[in-house]
Write a protein that binds this ligand. Structure first.
Ligand SMILES: [Zn+2]
Length: 200
């Protein structure tokens, strides 16, 4: 997150400023931030798109920790062939991150992005997917009003990560660590998303 991070148009941009500074005589440097919780890499809590949904301080954390598959999408309209490359047995992994490469410059908000068809998201979630993440600002089309993919995932308790930075991440299996902050009453949270090689 930096002043260069492109947020959603009209959203509160990320800013960081130092209130007191050692340079001006304070004993410490003390900074503060202001930001939409949907800037940069973040999770969406169900409350983001459902008034009755859980806020981010109440979402189960186990979805954000554990084994994870990163798939490079070559067909943005149908991911099934790409997933089968990594999971030829047809099993749905517990966590799945799609690298689309469709948002190459994080300092410019994209005009349009690909999205997974809602029935495919529903199928993944119904078959045990616990977390779904993309290298895009949203799992739905940017102009979506009903957020159908968000709702389809949430119906099955599948957590959502957006704005992932997957440049240079090879396709494969990893351990994911991407815990949200415990922001009381919030509709989402920035996360520091880390992929660890399963073999150390
Ligand atoms: Zn979001």
């Amino acid at each position: 997150l930096s002043a260069l991070t492109a947020g959603w148009p009209g959203d509160v941009p990320f800013t960081f400023r130092l209130g007191s500074t050692i340079a001006t005589g304070a004993s410490v440097n003390v900074g503060s931030i202001e930001t939409s919780v949907h800037a940069g890499t973040h999770c969406d809590a169900p409350f983001h798109f459902n008034d009755a949904g859980a806020t981010v301080d109440r979402v189960p954390l186990d979805a954000f920790l554990g084994s994870c598959s990163v798939v490079h999408l070559t067909d943005l309209t149908d991911w099934r062939g790409d997933l089968a490359r990594l999971h030829p047995d047809g099993q749905v992994p517990p966590r799945l991150l799609f690298r689309t490469g469709s948002w190459p410059d994080s300092s410019r908000f994209p005009i349009a992005v690909p999205s997974i068809p809602v029935e495919q998201a529903e199928w993944l979630a119904a078959n045990g997917l616990r977390l779904f993440g993309v290298d895009l600002p949203s799992v739905d089309p940017l102009d979506s009003k009903n957020l159908a993919v968000h709702h389809a995932l949430a119906r099955h308790g599948t957590a959502i990560l957006e704005g992932l930075w997957l440049d240079g991440v090879p396709e494969g299996q990893y351990e994911l660590i991407a815990l949200p902050l415990r922001l009381a009453g919030a509709d989402g949270s920035p996360v520091r998303a880390v992929l660890r090689n399963a073999f150390g």
